[in-house]
Design a protein around this ligand. Structure first.
Ligand code: UDP
Ligand code: MG
Length: 339
């Protein structure tokens, strides 16, 4: 028998979660019929949701033994959610997917067919269209992939998603990368292994809203660049060298000019311009340096990637305890003797 763990990070997903559960269980049942060797578990991560997501997860746990969940003490972000899910998944195969049905469960049988006979270690989807996304957002996304692939050795495929069917071996490799600043698209690619890309058209969310703002995505993309490339550092040194060369040439010109023509105070505006330009460049480069330093600083603190407040295990245990302490009152057995 083989166990498939389905890892689903959820943040404020009360609207789609019941729909998602219906869909995924349907697919799982279908797959168990088609491939009798497969068993399933669902590992939901409640990433500090402020709505009823946790309540829904609890009730799913009551209904279905295959459901497991980890509830965070606050919102740690999707990256932390995925890490927690991968860490806690017990499966021989592990799937990561969104709760919002933008990653259609109907792809799972096809994905499994690629991974099953060991031809691939990972099957994933690749969006070929960005339908339903604003034009500016798609433009920035495309530019990001272009820049990223130019300046980083790790290849990041445009349109690749965090919808993956992976083997245990690959997941263990991912878990070995316990860095604090996580950029999964880079991590998935960095660990290597053979990956099958399945192309598909973008699907829109049936309910709820995306929790990514434009600014949030922008910051995330910068994080990605810094996590997988040191090119900005090299660029800043290059800028420094170039401006030094320019300054040197200017100095020579000035000296020659003064000797030849005896110039006095003219050229004041240009001086101001140069000062502004150079100090701007300096601040820019120091800023880049500072960004990397701050990442290193956070990394050296070795903070946990997530903090779990509740899991399906603690929830079940608590429920059992409550029913145990309830019972003695009925049977008039003193409490504590049952344990
Ligand atoms: N998500 C999360 N924590 C967050 C933000 C998002 O766990 O802080 C989850 C969310 O519940 C969903 C997935 O990550 O399952 C993708 O989020 P979303 O649909 O908002 O992103 P998009 O599809 O727009 O990239
Ligand atoms: Mg989505």
């Amino acid at each position: 028998m083989k166990l498939v763990s389905i890892v689903v990070p959820c943040y404020n997903e009360q609207e789609v979660l019941p729909m998602f559960y219906d869909e995924i269980t349907k697919t799982a049942d279908q797959m168990s019929q088609q491939y009798p060797e497969l068993n399933f578990e669902f590992v939901f991560i409640n990433d500090g949701s402020k709505d009823k997501t946790l309540e829904i997860l609890r009730s799913l746990t009551d209904r279905d033994k295959r459901v497991r969940y980890i509830s965070f003490s606050r919102n740690f972000g999707k990256e932390s959610g995925m890490y927690a899910g991968l860490q806690n998944a017990r499966g021989d195969y592990i799937v990561v997917m969104d709760a919002d049905l933008q990653h259609p469960p109907s792809f799972l049988p096809q994905m499994y067919s690629y991974v099953r006979d060991g031809e691939y270690d990972c099957a994933t989807t690749r969006r070929v269209s960005r339908a339903g996304e604003s034009k500016i957002r798609s433009w920035f996304a495309r530019k990001f992939y272009k820049i990223m692939n130019k300046i980083s050795q790790t290849e990041i495929v445009d349109g690749a998603q965090d919808f993956r069917f992976m083997t245990r071996q690959m997941v263990d490799a991912i878990l070995d990368m316990s860095e604090y600043n996580r950029f999964s698209k880079g991590i998935f690619s960095w660990v290597g292994f053979s990956t099958k890309y399945i192309e598909y058209e973008n699907v829109e969310r049936p309910a709820g809203t995306s929790s990514w703002s434009f600014w949030g995505l922008f910051k995330y993309s910068l994080e990605g660049i810094m996590a997988f490339s040191t090119a900005p550092l090299a660029i800043s040194s290059l800028l420094g060298i170039v401006s030094c060369i320019i300054a040197f040439i200017l100095m020579i010109i000035t000296v020659i000019k003064t000797i030849a023509f005896g110039e006095a105070v003219a050229g004041y505006p240009t001086t101001i311009c140069v000062i502004f330009l150079l100090s701007g460049l300096q601040l820019f480069c120091t800023g880049i340096l500072g960004q990397y330093l701050s990442k290193t600083y956070l990394e050296t603190k070795r903070r946990p990637i997530y903090i779990a407040k509740e899991t399906e295990e603690t929830y079940r245990k608590q429920k059992k305890e409550i029913s145990v302490t309830d019972k003695p009152a009925e049977d008039s057995v003193p409490s504590g003797t049952n344990e």
